[in-house]
Design a protein around this ligand. Structure first.
Ligand code: ZN
Length: 139
């Protein structure tokens, strides 16, 4: 089910807590909400729909823009810093941020199996933005 977008900086600045299998319905709502905003949004974190759990969804360019879901994502390695201009569905305007061209992410899938995967470029940038949301960091 599509949920309203949380825009309170005070709420969004809180660090999200670990997600468990009980949070799977939130991940489904998050994917539905991303789909509803896909004209201007490529990724979301659960706190953007008001749930302070470490869950992200994003359009995975490496998988034909299929929506990928990650529980408890953590960036383990990062290489090649660069400056990027980003917008956020929860905020107005755009901001300059530092991102990395290649990252290694440890996360759990819908069955809570742990994976470590390397991402580059655009998809890596989206993941970094959404993991920042989980840590209460806004662009
Ligand atoms: Zn954002």
């Amino acid at each position: 089910m599509q949920r309203p977008i949380m825009t309170s900086p005070a709420f969004l600045s809180q660090k999200s807590s670990a997600a468990t299998q009980r949070d799977i319905p939130t991940a489904v709502d998050l994917a539905d909400t991303l789909a509803a905003h896909s004209d201007r949004c490529v990724g979301m974190a659960a706190n953007m729909i008001g749930v302070s759990k470490r869950i992200i969804v994003f359009k995975d360019e490496t998988q034909n823009d299929r929506t990928a879901t990650m529980f408890n994502p953590t960036i383990r390695e990062k290489f090649g810093q660069y400056e990027a201009e980003e917008e956020c569905l929860s905020l107005t305007g755009s901001r300059t941020v530092m991102r990395f061209r290649r990252i290694s992410v440890e996360y759990q899938d819908e069955k809570f199996r742990t994976h470590t995967q390397t991402y580059t470029g655009w998809t890596a940038q989206i993941i970094q933005h959404e993991v920042d949301h989980c840590d209460g960091i806004l662009v």
